[in-house]
Design a binder for this molecule. Structure first.
Ligand code: FES
Length: 98
């Protein structure tokens, strides 16, 4: 288990390691867009990972290619549907401009 903290609300959730951030957010009742159903093809689930980035698996080709097409992408950007939680606590910021 690990802890996922969601900004701007500041709410925290206990989540099983191996869960995508997307699934964890949806299970917690947080609002996150997922227009392609989690296939890394729409970019609507773009989030910023503000803490715990290094505990997430590296960005793979598919995710990287989609991030390259999005506006507002930075070093903290991930696609929630592709980022799998590990054992370390992670803080994410939900974005309103997507
Ligand atoms: S839900 Fe479409 S890229 Fe994540």
């Amino acid at each position: 288990m690990t802890t996922l903290t969601v900004l701007p609300s500041g709410k925290s959730y206990e989540v099983a390691a191996g869960t995508t951030i997307m699934k964890a957010l949806l299970a917690a009742g947080e609002s996150i867009a997922q227009k392609c159903g989690g296939n890394a093809s729409c970019g609507s689930c773009h989030i910023f990972v503000t803490e715990g980035r290094k505990s997430l698996p590296r960005i793979q080709k598919l995710e990287n290619e989609k991030l390259d097409t999005l506006v507002g992408v930075g070093s903290k950007s991930r696609l929630a549907c592709q980022a799998v939680l590990g054992d370390e606590p992670v803080t994410v910021e939900l974005l309103s401009f997507v």
